[in-house]
Design a protein around this ligand. Structure first.
Ligand SMILES: Nc1ncnc2c1ncn2[C@@H]1O[C@H](COP(=O)(O)OP(=O)(O)OP(=O)(O)O)[C@@H](O)[C@H]1O
Length: 285
């Protein structure tokens, strides 16, 4: 692994609300190395998306900052591509044109028309979507559209890939396929990935590190768990692997303890919109 290239130092995020400032994040410190796959996990509303949006340059922290390869991040940039849960494709453009839009933005001056064409098709092939290049988002499934969203992000050759619950809306089988493809692609390209997930198994399977966030307000990094398991990883073989089971338990323990704290704060509270798959997983463990 190379030098640390992404660093959050003393990050605080306070949102202005009618009742005064709401401190969502406090003193977030994180150093991420080139090529690391880092998952952010924590209970709903703790501030995971806020962290991701700060790294994406979509939000400005109120204190501290984010530095990528020695440069302060204060606006979005093509070296930090974002994949959202709902893929956000342009419905009036074809699959090919959706990826083309991103490629034009980054490589219009440095690639010839033919090179751009080959590059777009290469990225669609990476996610097994070249066959649907001429289709519009309305003509393909949610899983396929999500793959196009990933191809579009990868086609920008980002040094950092930011993913906000990228597989959250998909069925289990599609999700497993895409997790496997993402692992392969990331090994090949060595992108740095920061992914938000509520799925403990997904986090352990994919990550080099799992950042577990405390509950908000004023959320911060609770635990930083290094997942020391060789790659490539095989989900079936891992199910009985003692290291895998240990890491999984560690994350569930953290979430469960945080959940108990939440319940202590709100006695008599039943299931609510704050309950997430991770909460439910932790409660079952
Ligand atoms: N623009 C805003 N104004 C005020 N409060 C905000 C704003 N954006 C986020 N928040 C608050 O900041 C906290 C963190 O929100 P955030 O969306 O980052 O959480 P999250 O961990 O990603 O949640 P989830 O897992 O449910 O997606 C929440 O309490 C949220 O209500």
């Amino acid at each position: 692994m190379n030098k640390s290239h992404l660093e959050l130092t003393g990050v605080e995020m306070a949102f202005e609300t009618p009742k005064g400032p709401f401190v969502a994040l406090e003193n977030i410190n994180l150093k991420i190395h080139k090529g690391e796959f880092v998952s952010l996990i924590g209970h709903s509303g703790c501030g995971k998306s806020t962290v991701l949006n700060i790294v994406a340059g979509l939000l400005q922290s109120t204190r501290g900052g984010c530095v990528l390869d020695g440069h302060e991040v204060n606006s979005p940039g093509p070296e930090r591509a974002v994949v959202f849960q709902n893929h956000a494709l342009m419905p009036w453009l074809t699959v090919y044109e959706n990826v083309e839009l991103a490629v034009q933005q980054v490589f219009r001056k440095t690639m010839t028309r033919q090179e751009r064409r080959d590059w777009i098709l290469h990225n669609l092939e990476l996610v097994n979507m070249a066959h649907a290049a001429g289709k519009r988002p309305g003509e393909i499934s949610g899983g396929m559209a999500q793959r196009v969203g990933i191809a579009r992000a990868l086609a920008m050759k980002p040094s950092v890939l930011l993913m906000d619950e990228p597989f959250g809306a998909l069925d289990a089988l599609t999700r497993a396929h895409l997790q496997d493809s993402l692992m392969e692609i990331q090994q090949e390209l060595n992108n740095t990935v920061i992914m938000i997930t509520h799925d403990v198994d997904e986090a352990v399977l994919l990550s080099d590190r799992i950042i577990m966030m405390t509950n908000g307000p004023a959320a911060t990094v609770g635990e930083d768990l290094h997942i020391d398991m060789p790659r490539p990883r095989n989900r079936v073989a891992l199910a009985d692997n003692s290291a895998y089971v240990h890491y999984r338990q560690e994350v569930l323990r953290f979430l469960y303890e945080k959940q108990r704290k939440l319940e202590t704060l709100k006695p008599g509270r039943g299931r609510s919109s704050e309950d997430t798959p991770a909460t439910a997983q932790a409660a079952r463990a």
